[in-house]
Design a protein around this ligand. Structure first.
Ligand SMILES: [Zn+2]
Length: 422
């Protein structure tokens, strides 16, 4: 698809010109986007051209990365790290937002513009650096990267949050960030990502509490009726996730399920399931989680791995039942879910960037099994298939899975049974 580079429409707000000019002097952006005035949101990143889904629009190293439990990071750590920065990096750090300051008056464009630059003469260096760190720090301690800590970034901190974002961000082991666009974006459109994935499992009200702001994203400002549908989906997602992973993804009430929406007798019933019945239940749960996330427009590790997990479960159930070939209906599901998982994985750059995180390892191991299913639904010898990736046993302990993440083409050549098209 040929892309025509178009200048974004100038904001109709009369203040925009002044602010934009000030922002432009700092020349923030890449060929894909630039930082602009984003109305009430302050600054934001806007597409400079039409961008198709799966495009990596930014790769950025952290200005500083503290490899330490986030809660234990002290002012002294930050000051020490700051002092070690090169003059250039220091300069980058100095231009970062500082929420500790009085918020700039949005009705005064000059003030808003100068808030993007440095003007903090009166504060002590430690105080200022600490405030800026806290206003801009991003946790890089998620389960995916092997690292535990917090980083501060320059360009990528200019993106605004959305509860239904059109971009996503990955980290590699050194804390480098990769931004991938997950849906087609037109020139002039704002590019957003979710500041934390907890918000995917929260209602509108809960999100604004958690984010500690009135979120102005497209979802939060959509008509009430639409938000209610979304809120219901997210509530279901939260409960299902908790059921499957025994962990509340929105992060506050452990084991949310208990007494919340599922009747105690249902829970007791589930507890009485025979072990061989359990995979069927979890297949349904994984599928519903993936489907709800998909219709909610959320493409994330959980969406991708849940589709794959549901498909792998189906293969395992048939294998355990002594079948050599998947029944036609099951085979159709396995194909469909594999394709969905694969397509979304491409969108968030799973096959693209270097880095060896847990979720991707897990996904690759499952994918290997799915790609080994024959063209008529023949069930592969499961032990053999996943051995190089640590075996299916490794799925439970993703961290321990050893092996190389193989590129897509390698597996396609090896014959994928037609599970993946295009
Ligand atoms: Zn929002």
């Amino acid at each position: 698809m040929a892309k025509k580079a178009k200048k974004p429409n100038p904001d109709r707000d009369p203040k925009a010109g002044v602010v934009q000019k000030a922002v432009k002097q700092t020349a923030l952006g890449t060929k894909f986007f630039e930082v602009q005035y984003a109305g009430a949101k302050g600054l934001g990143a806007f597409a400079l051209q039409n961008i198709s889904a799966s495009t990596c629009i930014l790769r950025e190293d952290p200005i500083l990365l503290i490899r330490k439990d986030e809660d234990l990071v002290s002012e002294r750590d930050i000051l020490a790290a700051y002092k070690k920065l090169s003059p250039e990096k220091k300069n980058e750090f100095d231009t970062l937002r500082d929420d500790g300051q009085r918020a700039p008056d949005a009705s005064d464009p000059h003030e808003l513009a100068s808030s993007a630059t440095t003007d903090r003469g009166l504060e002590s260096l430690t105080e200022r650096v600490w405030e800026q760190y806290n206003s801009n720090r991003h946790s890089v301690s998620d389960s995916r990267t092997g690292i535990n800590g917090a980083g501060v970034y320059h360009l990528s901190s200019m993106f605004n949050h959305s509860c239904r974002p059109n971009a996503t961000m990955n980290y590699d082991d050194s804390g480098t960030r990769y931004f991938y666009v997950i849906e087609n974006i037109v020139a002039g459109q704002e590019i957003t990502f979710a500041y934390n994935s907890r918000t995917y499992y929260m209602s509108t009200e809960h999100r604004s509490e958690d984010l500690d702001m009135d979120c102005l994203c497209d979802l939060c400002t959509s008509p009430v009726a639409l938000r209610e549908v979304s809120d219901t989906r997210r509530f279901m997602l939260r409960a299902l996730y908790d059921f499957i992973h025994r962990e509340d993804p929105a992060g506050e009430m452990p084991n949310l399920l208990k007494g919340m929406w599922m009747h105690q007798s249902t829970i007791d019933g589930l507890a009485r399931l025979r072990p061989q019945e359990f995979p069927q239940w979890t297949t349904v749960h994984f599928f519903v989680i993936a489907k709800l996330l998909e219709v909610e427009g959320i493409i994330t590790d959980t969406t991708i791995t849940s589709y794959a997990r549901a498909a792998v479960n189906v293969v395992h159930i048939a294998d355990n039942a002594g079948r050599k070939v998947l029944p036609p209906r099951e085979f159709e599901n396995v194909k469909l879910w594999t394709q969905k998982s694969e397509k979304m994985a491409r969108k968030i750059g799973y096959m693209d960037y270097e880095g060896d995180d847990r979720m991707r390892r897990l996904w690759y191991a499952m994918r290997e099994v799915l790609l080994a299913v024959g063209p008529n639904g023949e069930i592969p010898e499961l032990e053999k298939v996943a051995s190089h990736a640590g075996g299916m046993r490794g799925l439970k302990r993703g961290k321990d899975i050893k092996g190389t993440l193989r590129p897509m083409d390698h597996l396609k050549k090896a014959g994928n049974g037609g599970l993946i098209d295009g």
